[in-house]
Design a protein around this ligand. Structure first.
Ligand SMILES: N[C@@H](CCC[C@H](N)C(=O)O)C(=O)O
Length: 260
C-alpha cells in the first residue's frame, strides 16, 4: 500500500501531514506512525497529523508524537495543519477547526504566516524554581543560566521522568530573558523524547508564565526558538489569560508517497 504525505515545518518543528478525509489511514497502528516519523527508516518528523472531516467545523486535527502515540495539542502542528488545509483548498484564509483541546480559530496569510488561537489559561502553578501550566499540552517552564550551552536533553528527561509529573510526564522548557518583551527557549518534548527546534504550546506556555511571574508586563511577547521566531499575544483578565494567539511561519517542505 502507498500513502501520500505532505511534509511541513513551523520554526523547525516538523510534521508529516496526511489528508485522511476518506478515512483510509490505520489510526491505531502505533508502529506504522512511529515508522513514518523515523528519520532514518521513514519520512522523518517530530509528529504526524491527520486532517479529517468534521461535521461542525472546517476540519479535525488528529495529532501523534513521533513515538507513534496520539497526544494532546500541538501548537506548531496546528499552525502547519492550517497551511496544509489552505494548500488542499479545504479553507481560504480563515478557519475554525476542532482539535483534542477544543475549537481553534486561525488565519493564514500569503506568506504562510499562521496565527492560531490557543486555549484560555486559568490555572498556573507558580513554584520557586519553575512554573507549570497547560496550554493544550502540559508545560514545565524554568529559567536557566547559560541557555546556549544547557544540556536540554539530559536535564529535560530528568524532569520529565522525575517525581514531579508521574507517568504522564510533561514537556520541559528552559528559558532565558533577553529583554522585557523577548525570551529565548529550548524545549524537551514529551513523545519525541528529545529537544525539538521549536514547540508552539511551549512558546505559549513560556510567554504566559513570564507574564504571570512578573518577568514581563507585556502582553505581546517575542520568543526566540532554535528554529526561528514566534510571537505570542494574549489578554490578561484577573489571573486568567484569554485571546491567546500563537503566530509564526508554517512552511510546506515537500510531498511524496511512501510504500508501507
Ligand atoms: N510540538 C508541539 C507539542 C506537541 C505535544 C507534545 N509533544 C506532548 O505530547 O505534550 C507544539 O508545537 O505544541
Amino acid at each position: 500500500m502507498q500513502i501520500e504525505f505532505y511534509k511541513y515545518q513551523g520554526t523547525g518543528n516538523d510534521f508529516v501531514m496526511i489528508d485522511n478525509r476518506s478515512n483510509f489511514f490505520p489510526k491505531e497502528d502505533v508502529k506504522l506512525i512511529e515508522h513514518l516519523c523515523d528519520r532514518r527508516f521513514g519520512i522523518g518528523a517530530d509528529g504526524l497529523i491527520l486532517l479529517e472531516n468534521d461535521s461542525e467545523t472546517d476540519f479535525r486535527m488528529v495529532y501523534y508524537n513521533s513515538d507513534g502515540n496520539q497526544s494532546s495539542m500541538c501548537g506548531n502542528g496546528g499552525r502547519c495543519l492550517v497551511a496544509f488545509a489552505n494548500q488542499l483548498g479545504v479553507i481560504d484564509d480563515k478557519t475554525t477547526f476542532i482539535a483534542t483541546d477544543g475549537l481553534h480559530h486561525a488565519s493564514v496569510n500569503k506568506d504562510s504566516i499562521v496565527s492560531l488561537q490557543m486555549i484560555d489559561v486559568n490555572e498556573i502553578q507558580k513554584k520557586d524554581s519553575y512554573t507549570f501550566l497547560n496550554t493544550g499540552s502540559p508545560h514545565h517552564v524554568q529559567i536557566v543560566d547559560d541557555l546556549e550551552h544547557y544540556n536540554v536533553k539530559e536535564n529535560g528527561a530528568a524532569i520529565r521522568y522525575g517525581e514531579l509529573y508521574g507517568e504522564k510526564g510533561s514537556n520541559i522548557n528552559f528559558v532565558k530573558k533577553t529583554d522585557n518583551d523577548t525570551f529565548s527557549l529550548r524545549t524537551y518534548e514529551r513523545g519525541v523524547e528529545d529537544e525539538t527546534l521549536a514547540c508552539g504550546t511551549g512558546a505559549t506556555a513560556v510567554a504566559i508564565a513570564m507574564n504571570a511571574t512578573g518577568e514581563t508586563d507585556k502582553t505581546s511577547i517575542n520568543l526566540n526558538v532554535e528554529g526561528g521566531k514566534l510571537i505570542v499575544s494574549f489578554d490578561k483578565e484577573n489571573d486568567g489569560y484569554t485571546n491567546v494567539f500563537l503566530t509564526g511561519p508554517a512552511k510546506f517542505v515537500f510531498k511524496g508517497t511512501i510504500e508501507i
